[in-house]
Structure formats: C-alpha cells, structure tokens
Design a protein around this ligand. Structure first.
Ligand code: UDP
Length: 553
C-alpha cells in the first residue's frame, strides 16, 4: 500500500530537476489583464516574501511576454471583479540558478486554481464573484476537475460560507494563510491563475454607479446548470424529481396545487421587516398558499435551498440573501422590498439575475414610500449606516432627503444610512404592487430547445435587375432557406432584406415571408445597390447576413 501512495505522488527528484532545468512555463489567454487567465508549470510561491516566483531558465516560457508592461497595472485580475486595484496578480522573477541558494521547494501535485475571493462574508458576492466564476473557469479547463485544488489568495479566513466553496471540488481549498505550512518555498506543478468573468452580470459601482454589466454574456441556462450541480453536491432532491414518484397525473396536479408555497427570506439583525407576521398573513390570505420563512441565522444553507427550490414566490428585503433566487424553479416570482428613499431601479443585482434570458423568473419590486414607516439608525457605526460622525449640516441634509442620489461604491454615508433602515411594510400598497405585477406574469411555456436555435445564413443569394424606362427600374432578389431550417420546426420564418444605394449612408429594410421579391419602388435605373439578406425565426431570432450582393440596374 505504501508503494501505491508513493506512486500517486510525484517523484520529488524528477520534479526538482524539471524545475531547475526548465524553470517556470506560463501560457495565457486574453489580450488584457482584465480578460486574462494563465496556465503555469512550476509556478512557485515564497510564503516569507508573500510573492509568487517565476524561475527563468533556457527553456522557460512566458506568453504574453509583456516586459515591464506586466506592471501596467498587472498581469491579470485575481478576482472576477474587473480591474480592481486590490485584486491584481503578478510574480517576481528569479533565475533558476537561484534555487541552489533557496530552501528546498515543496511540490504541490494537484492541478490548482489560484484566485482571490472578493468578499466571502457576503452571500451575493460569494455566488456572483467566486462560485459561479470558479465553476465555469473549471469547465473551461478540463483538467480542473473534481480533484482540483483551489487556493484563495485574498488573505481572508474561511468565512461563513466556506462549505459552499468546498462544493467546487473534492479537495479542501487552501487559504493564503495555510500556504506557510508547506514550507518557505512551494511550487505548483500545474496551476491556473485567474477567474473567468463570463458569468458575472453586475458591476458594483467602483467607477460608475452600480448597475448591470454593459455586456452580459451569461444566460439563465448556465446559471441553472450551475445551481443544479450545486444542489446535487448538497444532496438536495429537487421538487420535480420528488413529484415524479408515484401517484396518478390527477393526484399530481392536485398535490402540486396544495404544495404551492411562498418563501419569505427574513433578515434578523439589519434591514428588518418590522411587521413580518402581518406580511406573512397578508400573503397567505391573498394567494391562499402556505408561507414559510427562512433566514441565514436560523437554518443551514442546504435546507434553505431545499425550501427555495420548490417555492412559487420568494419575498425578501433587498440584500445578499436574494442571490438564492437562482435556486427558484422556473416560473417563480422574486419580490424584492426596498427601504425608504432607495430607488429600486438603481440597485438591480437581483432584478438583473431574474431577468436573464432563460432564467424564467418573474421579478417585482416594492419600495417604502411612507417616511413614517421607516426606522433609521443614525447612531450605529458608519458601516451599518450610522451618520453621527458627520457634520450636523450633512446629517440634516441626509435626514431631509427623500431619495439617495446616484453614488459610487462603497462608503457613501447617505446610501448606507438609507439601505440599513428597518421598514414597516404598508400591506395595502404591497399587495397592490404584487397584484399589479402578477397580472403580467408570463405564461410558463416549457422552453423548447428549438425555440432558441438561430437561423443559419440564407444560401445562394442572387439579384437580377432590369430597366423599365429612364426613371423606372426593377431589382429582384432571391435566396434559398438556411441550411439548418430543414431540420427544425419553426413557428414563423421571415426574411429581412436591406437595400442601400451605393455611396448613401442609409438603407431601406424590408421584412418578407417568401424567398424572393421584386423591388420597384425607389429603385432607379443605372444605379448600384448593395443588398443584404438574413433569416429571422419567430420574430426575434436573427440569423447572420449573407455576403452582400452588388446589383447594378
Ligand atoms: N445578513 C443576514 N441577516 C441580516 C443581515 C445580514 O443574513 O440580518 C447576511 C446577508 O445576507 C449577507 C451578509 O449577512 O450575506 C452581509 O450583509 P450586509 O447587510 O452587509 O450586505 P447586503 O445584504 O446588503 O449585501
């Protein structure tokens, strides 16, 4: 058995020799530090210096070889938050020959993902900045599998949600603090450094007021696949699966109805709903459903997810706990409550999540507009919205203000003052907003795969022209259906044709049901037209344009 163990490990002398001879090798993807992820052989870390070390030898590789641009401002972002100046990664260089004068390195045999968690104390940040990006970075590099080792370099302790990070691989994640235990010099045999930003949808307001990212690249599909994978790891049986077991279809329908319930996610220390019992009664009565409460203070995270994954509606104050809406079943509603003077349109991490295409959640927000129903906490610490430390004048201005003006992250005292208010929810106005919002509830059609397939290019586009008189001409454009159409059942197939007179900067667009058309209006003789054709499925699935046609009348 001891032989098995030693074989599973790497041969120390072989590893040391490889490091001495070949040095460190790095190959990265990405054009800029903000979209870069690097793969290393023999990246080392010196715990005394708290520096990563790149050993140069004749066969070391450094791609991109940026020279000192590597410091302008960094090689890459170590967290998924874009260009945050406390989250940069770089390394120090040494010649491999220097190894002779250094402590004997300890080699880490696991394939390692090295990253910074951004704010592991906050559940929204845990999911949005760390878990989702790490999960999909691991999908991007297939050797980052269930056996991968994660190393968190931000320097924090485990934090309250460490169990969630443990779900990403079967190996215990390492904290920066723990690297010391491996000796003065440790070398990662194979490692990846950095996180994919592909799944993030929100920017927290470091350079402009917070809001959805400009170019969101993730859809509900990827979020839901991640959620399902996490639930599997937490051993949570999904409700749909439970319902399949036994019972006739009729029973099922009946049971499903009976089992519909609303979840109120409650906070017990800050940003309270002061009349939670009254709110729960009102919800139960209005929707004739069971209402259950959950809170991070009272339940384990998996038990909360179990409850949320079967809910028809999730009601909560604005706050990190609302990230759990990613575990809601399709068709459920997310109802987010905002304290007085906080404009829901300006704080939309959960609205943006619920509204991702394919997330299939129904988002509704309510805000307290009655100042007499808010309870402020001016005497608390500034982190919890206290304002006692400010000038009297500034305090008065904040107290008098009816809406927090747009602001940057993260220490705006007016914002903190308002967002940490407790709220007595005005039940009539709440139910009104809810009823109004539910009217437009989209009927949940099972999303068919075919309904998200885009058309291919139209094929064999052609034009023919003829001149009728000195000021009349005709332009006939024809094409064949896209190649993939013959394999699909598409409700509606249309074609879009753009005609532009050469040299003009405007064009005329036409939508057509058939595969050819003769244009005569606005077509002049002895003129060159540029013509683009594309296919459209079901009104909004646009295909690519075919190569432009040049047509001379
Ligand atoms: N939190 C909680 N109950 C509370 C207050 C906070 O469970 O009464 C959690 C919250 O969900 C988040 C963390 O504690 O994960 C930090 O809360 P904070 O108010 O700082 O952040 P926010 O919720 O505004 O993002």
């Amino acid at each position: 058995q001891s032989q098995e163990v030693s074989q599973a490990r790497i041969d120390y002398h072989v590893a040391l020799q490889a490091l001495q001879e070949h040095g460190t090798r790095m190959v990265c993807t990405g054009k800029m530090h903000t979209d870069r992820i690097c793969r290393f052989d023999y990246l080392c870390y010196c715990s005394e210096a708290e520096e990563f070390v790149f050993f140069h030898s004749n066969s070391s590789v450094m791609l991109p070889n940026l020279g000192s641009r590597r410091f302008q401002p960094a090689l890459l972002d170590l967290s998924s938050v874009e260009d945050h100046n406390t989250q940069y990664f770089n390394f120090v260089e040494l010649p491999a020959a220097a190894l002779k004068f250094m402590p004997k390195p300890v080699f880490v045999p696991d394939i390692t993902l090295i990253l910074n968690r951004f704010n592991p104390d906050n559940l929204m940040h845990v999911f949005h900045d760390d878990l989702l990006p790490a999960y999909y970075t691991m999908k991007q590099y297939s050797d980052l599998d269930d056996e991968a080792r994660l190393v968190f370099m931000e320097g924090w302790g485990e934090g309250p949600h460490f169990d969630l990070y443990r779900l990403l691989s079967s190996k215990q994640p390492l904290l920066k603090e723990q690297l010391k235990n491996f000796g003065k010099l440790m070398c990662f045999t194979k490692s990846y450094v950095g996180l994919s930003k592909m799944t993030t949808w929100y920017q927290y307001g470091f350079v402009q007021p917070q809001g959805p990212k400009a170019n969101i690249l993730v859809s509900g599909n990827e979020i839901r696949q991640f959620a399902r994978a996490l639930m599997d790891k937490m051993n949570i049986t999904r409700v749909e699966e439970m319902e399949k077991e036994g019972g006739s279809a009729e029973d099922e329908k009946e049971k499903e109805k009976k089992d519909d319930y609303i979840v109120v996610f409650s906070r017990s220390t800050t940003r309270l709903i002061l009349n939670e019992a009254e709110l729960i009664m009102a919800l139960a009565q209005e929707f004739q459903m069971r209402v259950v409460t959950v809170s991070l203070e009272e339940q384990s995270f998996p038990s909360i997810v179990q409850v949320i994954s079967g809910a028809s509606m999730l009601v909560s104050m604005h706050g990190a706990q609302l990230i759990t809406s990613l575990f809601l079943p399709r068709g459920a509603a997310v109802v987010e409550l905002f304290p007085f003077a906080v404009n829901p349109e300006q704080y939309t991490p959960y609205k943006t999540l619920a509204s991702l295409p394919g997330m299939d959640l129904h988002y509704i927000s309510w805000r307290n507009t009655k100042e007499e129903n808010t309870v402020t906490h001016p005497d608390r610490s500034w982190e919890q919205g206290g304002i006692a430390h400010l000038d009297k004048e500034e305090q008065d201005r904040i107290q008098a203000s009816k809406e927090v003006p747009r602001h940057l992250c993260c220490r705006n005292p007016e914002w903190l003052f308002r967002i940490y208010q407790d709220t007595l929810v005005d039940i009539p106005s709440f139910l009104e907003v809810l009823k109004e919002g539910m009217k437009t509830k989209p009927s949940l059609k099972k999303a068919k795969v075919a309904s998200m397939v885009h058309p291919g290019r139209v094929r064999e586009p052609k034009c023919q022209t003829s001149v009728q008189t000195t000021n009349e001409a005709k332009l006939t454009v024809s094409w064949q259906i896209p190649w993939n159409l013959k394999f699909l059942k598409v409700r509606e197939v249309k074609y879009e044709v753009w005609i532009q007179e050469q040299g003009e900067n405007t064009y005329m667009p036409y939508i057509l049901p058939q595969q050819n058309y003769t244009f005569s209006e606005n077509i002049k003789p002895f003129t060159t037209y540029l013509v683009w054709v594309r296919c459209i499925f079901n009104k909004n699935l646009l295909g690519p344009f075919a190569d432009v046609l040049t047509c001379r009348t």
